[in-house]
Design a protein around this ligand. Structure first.
Ligand SMILES: *[C@@H]1O[C@H](CO)[C@@H](O)[C@H](O)[C@H]1NC(C)=O
Ligand SMILES: *[C@@H]1O[C@H](CO)[C@@H](O)[C@H](O)[C@H]1NC(C)=O
Ligand SMILES: *[C@@H]1O[C@H](CO)[C@@H](O)[C@H](O)[C@H]1NC(C)=O
Ligand SMILES: *[C@@H]1O[C@H](CO)[C@@H](O)[C@H](O)[C@H]1NC(C)=O
Ligand SMILES: *[C@@H]1O[C@H](CO)[C@@H](O)[C@H](O)[C@H]1NC(C)=O
Length: 397
């Protein structure tokens, strides 16, 4: 009945030369296109492409990283095989087929999460990534929302350190390093607020007691002239950096290479918390880092003779005279560079170690039903017991 009336309708409207098979073909195509519109063609294609290769891994980036999109460029320096099977995207059509969903702690909060528009997927891990220590990661509770953590802490589900040592295959000429060094120690500190562990007071004391340190940056009202001023509009909150605010962050820098030592004190003394202050300065600039507590570095498997630790010394006098003796003797100084013959440093900013690990873990678990896991209270898990900021007290008395 319905079909007959439709036929009649077509017959009436269609020009004579349009025969019946043609009418069927046109209406079939029409229904087909409606079908694909409903089912979202792109998502279907993505699903098909992904399913085609059961060995591929797809990560959906649910947030940016300090306002910048997280995409495949984050995998650029991963090993070739990882790059061949893993990809990261923020295309919304990929959400439903992703093998993991990634959030960066400083680009969201509970409120933004309540506006998260995708339906919960229970079959894949939701991953919280942060590289900040507990005082600066601004984590909230996120009750049972996250399945995995990805942080600098070794007890994270995915370990995402700031740097790591890998085998070095290149020849290193240590004499050249010694020849390039003309100055003693430097600290470039761009932080505006003083930090919990009183590292600024401590370093100023080192200088006043005779250590030869150049103190530069915002913390010392001594910004290198060649660098732009630090500026950020007042409406950009510190806690949640938007993409509008981020480009306005200006980090001062200077020529570090002539310096023998770098003051690599972190803003808080936390287990496993070793940042680019250590890795970049030792790696890219061939400096010897000076740190607070040896055990934090030792726990991470960093060779003892890669840095000088203040807590090896009873008092500041001994420490300062030791640094002087190392600084003025080629053999003593180069002892702190011997490791370069065996290792080189990869930094998480240049070779995204943590991301490569996430890919590898997801690949390993692909096709397996994941053991159910989630964090009841992320803030608690990440909070302060692993940190002790009282370290300098003993030396400042
Ligand atoms: C599907 O897999 C086959 C065999 O692995 C490959 O040759 C083909 O290019 C893949 N197709 C797509 C769209 O990725
Ligand atoms: C990835 O995002 C960065 C910005 O963070 C952009 O410059 C780059 O072109 C993007 N790369 C790809 C492969 O999409
Ligand atoms: C290392 O560098 C020094 C100074 O440039 C040079 O005299 C020496 O020959 C180099 N050693 C090797 C083994 O290349
Ligand atoms: C801050 O204010 C400026 C100028 O009024 C505006 O252009 C910018 O978008 C604002 N930033 C944020 C994060 O709201
Ligand atoms: C992730 O956490 C949620 C909420 O606790 C849970 O229902 C889900 O099974 C977990 N998924 C995985 C893969 O662990």
């Amino acid at each position: 009945m319905w079909l007959n009336s439709m036929k009649r309708g077509f017959n009436k409207k269609c020009p004579r030369h349009l025969n019946r098979p043609m009418v069927y073909l046109i209406s079939f195509t029409y229904f087909l296109s409606i079908f694909f519109c409903l089912y979202n063609w792109e998502s279907l294609m993505a699903r098909w492409r992904h399913r085609n290769d059961s060995k591929s891994v797809l990560i959906f980036a649910a947030t940016n990283y300090f306002g910048k999109p997280i995409n495949n460029s984050w995998l650029e320096s991963c090993p070739e095989d990882v790059k061949s099977y893993c990809s990261i995207t923020n295309e919304e059509t990929s959400f439903s087929i992703a093998d993991g969903v990634l959030f960066h702690s400083r680009d969201f909060n509970e409120q933004l999460l309540s506006e998260f528009k995708f339906p919960r997927r229970f079959d894949v891990p939701y991953v919280m990534m942060t590289q900040e220590n507990p005082f600066y990661s601004y984590l909230e509770e996120y009750k049972y929302f996250f399945n995995w953590t990805m942080t600098y802490r070794r007890d994270s589900d995915v370990h995402y350190p700031y740097g790591a040592l890998v085998k070095n295959e290149k020849f290193v000429n240590l004499t050249e390093i010694w020849n390039s060094k003309t100055k003693e120690a430097i600290w470039l500190n761009n932080a505006r607020a003083s930090s919990r562990n009183r590292r600024v007071e401590f370093t100023e004391k080192l200088k006043s007691e005779g250590m030869n340190i150049d103190l530069m940056g915002n913390a010392f009202n001594n910004t290198p002239k060649e660098c732009p001023r630090f500026a950020r509009p007042p409406n950009c909150t510190h806690k949640l950096l938007s993409s509008v605010c981020f480009p306005l962050f200006r980090i001062f820098t200077t020529n570090f290479r002539p310096y023998k030592f770098y003051i690599a004190f972190e803003n808080s003394n936390c287990e496993d918390y070793v940042t680019e202050k250590f890795w970049e300065k030792a790696g890219e600039y061939n400096m010897v880092p000076i740190v607070f507590e040896r055990k934090i570095y030792r726990n991470l498997g960093i060779p003892d003779e890669m840095y000088i630790a203040v807590n090896d010394f009873q008092n500041l006098e001994d420490f300062i005279s030791f640094v002087k003796s190392v600084s003025s003797n080629k053999d003593k100084y180069l002892k702190y560079h011997q490791w370069r013959k065996q290792y080189r440093i990869i930094e998480s900013s240049s070779e995204n170690y943590g991301f490569c690990q996430l890919c590898q873990k997801l690949l390993k678990l692909r096709g397996h039903k994941l053991k159910e896991k989630s964090y009841a209270n992320l803030k608690d898990w990440y909070s302060t017991p692993s940190c002790d900021n009282s370290f300098v007290d003993k030396y400042l008395q």
